[in-house]
Design a protein around this ligand. Structure first.
Ligand SMILES: NC(=O)c1ccc[n+]([C@@H]2O[C@H](COP(=O)([O-])OP(=O)(O)OC[C@H]3O[C@@H](n4cnc5c(N)ncnc54)[C@H](OP(=O)(O)O)[C@@H]3O)[C@@H](O)[C@H]2O)c1
Length: 518
């Protein structure tokens, strides 16, 4: 029998601000990869923040699963130290003791069926001790290569079977598959033992707040919907710029590349939220239905399209944020002749009545001049320039920019008369920042994901068909790029906005990328 967890503490009373959501129900969070980096950096600090906001049930416990042979006490000691290191703000010692007191540990190899027997035994004990009512929240904070096998083993051990009102859910970290074939195979394997409503595929790039901000902006304001279509919109540009290189994840990243890492999940989430039809409700199922339709409506690339409408780049050395930085090929874990892309630009079309003929230009990359994410909607120009016989010959188009990171907000650019005797028009901007109105709070980005998962809300997680639709769009690009490895890498300097070909991609259509302040 496993050791019985021996520390029991009352959850300290904390003020709960009015209007906050209810605490999650009783459950045990079982973290496969409990000794890993993600658990230490993000998951434990997020659990602490949830407890601090009174969003965790007093009947909550954690079981970490890893390869090492720790006792419960040793694991608690390690996690207590990690929590101090990675906390996002000042810690309440009583609260952190409460959280750590509810932690247990099981050691073993993921592929070993005996491990799951020991996990089941420990869960039974923990369940009784902390009154968690048989609800298990499995979190696979492991390499994706283990996902299918862990799910199967959980199924074989009877750990994901829901009965007598108990729920069982499994969170899968990203990436879910690395192309269409592997994503389909993993979905099949996982859905043999789990129902779709038990499967939580992480895509934590956009926080829930941002997703809801976009939905509220689009669907609670009557003035935008009538012009949100091909009659009034000329094109849409999406930029997701990072200043970082590959940091310590060179080995992982070199197998993936920017197209896999960013496009089917993160960029397509922005595309679908910006372009989807109004859902019939705010429920995750209804929102996913509409997002999925958009992903299925993205025009498939053929090989010829890939050559014209997809650009790849890899950073060379340069200066980023005032610091000299090495080339991608000189990063730790990256082969010196790597052909992996660290930048992509794409032109997409969406084949439906709302968007037919409106190009979407997407770009994302590492070692760009500024960490910045936006969706810029460029409207068509005014149909007629009234100001003949004046110095005004060219009017700028209106632009509505949804700022996503680092600051969330909206800005609308329009033309205004410059004061004076002469007829001159200049661009002006109306700006709105969420933080000016609503303030901000320190978090890891995982709090809402965990809370929603425990509550069974799948809004922020990807459904099987969405994952597959995303891969279906990028697969032809992956295939062509694999068949024709890049010959001009590195082709952009760190600290620049990417390769010259990215400018060519949009310039061919008579347009240009928005200038983003550095
Ligand atoms: N780290 C991040 O900030 C981050 C961010 C976004 C997404 N992710 C995703 O999160 C997942 C985990 O990443 P990570 O950085 O935390 O990885 P990591 O630090 O390498 O941790 C992997 C965990 O899995 C355990 N493990 C590995 N092989 C095992 C085996 N055969 N049997 C039992 N346990 C085994 C490790 O145990 P040992 O301690 O014994 O090795 C460790 O607990 C990945 O899917 C990654 O893509 C991570």
């Amino acid at each position: 029998m496993p050791q019985t967890p021996n520390l029991e503490r009352e959850m300290p009373a904390l003020d709960q601000s009015s209007g906050s959501p209810p605490p999650s129900g009783p459950c045990i969070m079982v973290i496969f990869g409990g000794t890993g980096d993600l658990t230490a950096r993000k998951l434990f600090p997020a659990l602490y923040n949830l407890a601090k906001s009174k969003l965790l049930s007093p009947d909550f416990a954690v079981v970490g699963v890893g390869r090492n042979d720790y006792t419960h006490e040793q694991y608690r000691q390690i996690m207590s130290e990690k929590l101090q290191t990675f906390a996002t703000g000042a810690m309440d010692p009583e609260l952190s003791k409460w959280l750590i007191s509810r932690v247990s540990y099981v050691g073993g190899e993921f592929h070993d069926p005996q491990l799951y027997t020991r996990v089941a035994q420990t869960l039974a004990v923990v369940d009784k001790t902390y009154n968690t009512q048989g609800n298990y929240f499995f979190y696979l904070a492991t390499s994706p290569s283990f996902f299918g096998n862990i799910a199967e083993q959980l199924g074989a051990a009877g750990l994901v079977c829901e009965k007598d009102g108990q729920w069982r859910r499994v969170v899968f970290e990203k990436p879910f598959g690395n192309d269409l074939v592997s994503a389909r195979a993993l979905n099949r394997q996982v859905l043999k033992v789990l129902h779709e409503n038990q499967v939580f595929r992480i895509d934590h790039y956009l926080g829930k707040e941002t997703v809801q901000n976009i939905l509220v902006f689009r669907f609670s304001n009557g003035i935008f919907e009538p012009i949100w279509n091909r009659r009034y919109i000329d094109h849409i540009q999406i930029t997701v710029a990072e200043t970082v290189g590959v940091e310590k994840r060179g080995g992982y990243f070199d197998m993936a590349g920017t197209l896999r890492d960013m496009v089917p999940n993160h960029l397509f989430q922005l595309v679908s939220l910006t372009t989807m039809e109004p859902p019939i409700s705010f429920s995750s199922g209804s929102v996913h239905d509409e997002q999925s339709k958009i992903l299925h409506a993205i025009q498939p690339f053929d090989a010829e399209d890939v050559l014209h409408y997809a650009v790849r780049g890899q950073y060379g050395p340069g200066v980023c944020k005032g610091e000299r930085v090495p080339a991608y090929r000189a990063e730790e874990g990256v082969p010196p002749d790597s052909k992996t892309e660290t930048f992509i630009a794409l032109r997409l079309m969406i084949d439906n009545w709302r968007w037919a003929g409106v190009p979407f230009y997407l770009r994302t990359g590492k070692r760009l001049p500024r960490r910045y994410t936006e969706v810029a909607v460029q409207f068509k120009r005014a149909p007629l320039v009234l100001f003949r016989d004046t110095p005004v010959s060219n009017l700028d188009a209106n632009q509505l920019v949804i700022h996503i990171a680092p600051d969330e907000g909206l800005s609308l650019r329009f033309g205004a008369k410059v004061p004076g005797a002469q007829m001159k028009v200049g661009p002006v901007e109306m700006n709105f920042n969420y933080s000016d109105y609503f303030g901000t709070s320190a978090n890891t980005g995982y709090e809402v994901l965990l809370y929603d998962g425990i509550m069974g809300d799948q809004t922020l997680y990807q459904r099987a068909d969405m994952v597959e639709a995303g891969w279906a769009v990028v697969d032809p690009v992956l295939d062509v790029w694999k068949a024709l490895p890049a010959r001009n890498f590195p082709n952009y300097a760190s600290g620049s906005w990417g390769p010259e070909e990215a400018n060519g991609l949009i310039a061919r259509d008579g347009r240009s990328w928005r200038k983003i302040a550095e």
